[in-house]
Ligand binder design. Structure first.
Ligand SMILES: [Zn+2]
Length: 651
């Protein structure tokens, strides 16, 4: 349709219909003026008014509804509706400003006159509107509330007693011993401190100690499979069973998939295609995997294109080999997500009446501590692929259900209809395209501390955790060997649960602006580390290899970054749990705003007694406060169109 001077008329194909109405009238041939129509009225004001008309025949009479852009209200039932001679129509609109419509069929359209009391006659035209067309008489209009977030201040002061109690004499040796014990039980080598600090992270990617690591991983998969029901063994096999072996790691699977089209492909031919020579005495498979990871993990399309060109220039066979292995890598990313999901959701952990899944362990542990948060733990979060290069996983934070209406609100009736069709997830997706106003580099001074102005997509792009994501999810490096990454995935899931609870409870309202509470990294990481270890304890008991990577990470960080929240936070939560180990202790950590609150919590005082008198630990932390202005926007074809932005004072 073509309506001059009215830019906000979305007309999007949508696979839904408005229930209860015939799909089409005239357009289906000879039915007269029944069905769904888009209406244009000219002469009621300077710009044409738009309407959506639904008509249904009832003998010589008719009934139906009309929505008009002139009035922000739900569909108004027609009054005195009648059909004269099959193709003429009369009805009264009884909204805020009543009017009478007369019209008759002209081709496939209805044309006629509109009479509003005391005004000159206006003209209306109605065109058939197929049921699958999404149509709004007024563009859906929403307002994003002003959001202030990020960390405050320039340093964090960690209470001395808490740090002292968490790190008594011999704490480093105790972490080493825990790691060595786990490695021994899993039958893998304990890495010596110098190897651990320099190359420790590469083992969980299958890029050092490769053969021994993957053999241990295969052993763990065999144990997991053996504990499954026959039906779930079938599901397991669809993910992990290759013709002659179990699928253990991303690059091994990439080669297997590549061989489906390029049957003679080997690691040696992949090395040739990558133009890499195997150093004297080196393992070709390990060399190839490292070289391939160097290319794949960068997600650099120009580097990949250059490598393909170089391979093709060397020989047609090299070109084909590189294409095949890169296609294999692309397919293996889906395998990696499926593998993690299977490990998380299949029922292989002994200890209950029937075997449980790690997902069930997370659920029951969470509900024991936070019984009122049953919705946030109901679904297993989606696993996303993100090429970090190293063994990394991150939570992507969504918006808790209770917070959603406070973050974006509907401004007109059409907005409510739009939300019914697209859901709040769809609205958050649109919000991620609302890059306006563009205020890069502009800061506000507030109490001498700068607040950076930003937008939702910019904020989402500058943090690995995303911002106001439509759904909570976990992004994982694809080369992170799935069996070795399970602990990290559960760790991130706990981050999602903790953050959802914190946001739902701690967001505050200041004069129409929302202040998002900044997380205390030592609380957040301490909970994720210590709680995931506790949740997975029965899984670790059954398959000791699962416990190695997290213990190895902490032993490594304890040397390279002892104040890092993953290790120091872990030790703090562990020190508190050592007192009674009860869920109540975890809840105190869950609901504390920061570590200072934990230090002064009388219930936890016995836990910190051993650290009494220790000096506070001061850690520099640059201010990263940001502000997203209150923004009103309309939506046309799923694209946001900003109307105005306002910065509200925080005084
Ligand atoms: Zn974490």
């Amino acid at each position: 349709m073509n309506v001059p001077a009215c830019r906000a008329v979305p007309a999007v194909l949508l696979a839904g219909t408005l229930a209860g109405w015939p799909a089409m009238g005239a357009a289906q041939g000879g039915a007269g003026p029944v069905g769904r129509w888009s209406v244009v009225i000219e002469g009621l004001g300077p710009a044409p008014a738009l309407g959506e008309l639904h008509l249904r025949r009832a003998g010589e009479r008719c009934d139906g509804t009309l929505v008009l852009s002139l009035e922000d209200r739900p569909p108004t039932p027609l009054a005195a509706c009648r059909l004269d001679g099959g193709d003429s129509i009369f009805f009264r609109y009884q909204g805020e400003s009543p009017m009478e419509f007369r019209g008759s069929m002209k081709g496939r359209a209805i044309v006629g006159s509109v009479q509003r009391a005391g005004e000159p006659q206006a003209r209306w035209t109605a065109s058939p509107l197929p049921s699958q067309i999404e149509f709004y008489t007024s563009a859906p209009r929403f307002t994003l509330t002003q959001l202030v977030g990020g960390s405050f201040g320039t340093e964090r002061r960690l209470p001395g007693a808490v740090v002292g109690a968490a790190r008594p004499n011999g704490w480093l040796e105790a972490l080493d011993a825990a790691y060595a014990d786990r490695a021994r039980r899993a039958g893998v080598a304990t890495l010596e401190p110098d190897v651990l600090t320099q190359a420790g992270a590469s083992r969980v990617l299958g890029m050092s100690d490769r053969a021994a690591t993957l053999q241990a991983v295969e052993g763990a998969l065999v144990r997991i499979r053996a504990a499954l029901s026959r039906e779930e063994q079938g599901q397991f096999d669809r993910v992990f069973r290759a013709p002659k072996r179990l699928r253990t790691d991303f690059y091994g699977v990439a080669l297997e998939f590549a061989r489906r089209t390029s049957t003679t492909l080997t690691w040696t031919s992949v090395l040739g295609a990558l133009q890499v020579r195997v150093p004297e005495g080196a393992d070709p498979e390990l060399t190839a995997v490292r070289a391939l990871h160097g290319l794949w993990s960068r997600s650099d399309t120009s580097a990949v294109a250059a490598a393909r060109a170089t391979a093709r220039a060397a020989s047609a066979a090299d070109g084909r080999a590189l294409d095949a292995i890169l296609d294999g890598c692309a397919s293996a990313e889906a395998w990696h997500r499926a593998a993690l999901t299977a490990l998380l959701t299949l029922h292989w952990v002994p200890g209950g009446a029937t075997p449980r899944s790690p997902a069930e362990l997370v659920r029951s542990a969470w509900l024991a501590a936070a019984p009122d948060d049953s919705t946030s733990v109901a679904a297993v979060p989606a696993i996303l692929t993100r090429r970090f290069g190293g063994p990394q996983a991150v939570p992507r934070y969504g918006v808790p259900a209770t917070l959603r209406p406070r973050v974006v609100r509907s401004e007109n009736w059409s907005a409510g209809v739009w939300l019914e069709r697209h859901g709040y997830d769809g609205l958050l997706e649109v919000l991620h395209r609302l890059d306006w106003p563009v205020l890069d580099g502009v800061t506000l001074a507030d109490d001498g501390e700068p607040i950076r102005l930003t937008s939702v997509p910019r904020r989402a792009g500058e943090t690995l955790n995303g911002f106001l994501e439509p759904r909570g999810a976990i992004a994982v490096e694809p080369a992170y060997v799935p069996v070795l990454a399970l602990g990290a995935v559960v760790h991130e899931w706990i981050h999602l649960l903790v953050e959802t609870r914190r946001l739902a409870r701690l967001v505050t309202d200041h004069d129409g602006a929302l202040v998002l509470p900044s997380a205390d990294p030592w609380l957040a990481e301490g909970l994720a580390e210590a709680w995931s270890e506790r949740v997975l304890a029965p899984a670790h008991e059954a398959v000791p290899l699962l416990a190695v990577s997290e213990a190895e990470k902490r032993a490594r960080l304890a040397r390279t970054a002892p104040d890092d929240p993953h290790v120091l936070g872990y030790l703090i939560v562990r020190a508190a749990l050592a007192g009674d180990g009860a869920d109540g202790t975890l809840v105190r950590f869950l609901d504390a705003p920061d570590l200072s609150a934990i230090a002064t919590d009388p219930a936890l005082a016995p836990a910190w007694r051993a650290g009494a008198g220790a000096p506070d630990l001061v850690v520099p932390l640059a201010s990263r406060r940001f502000l997203v202005p209150e923004t009103t926007f309309t939506i046309t074809d799923n694209v946001p169109d900003a109307v105005r932005a306002t910065i509200r004072s925080r005084d």
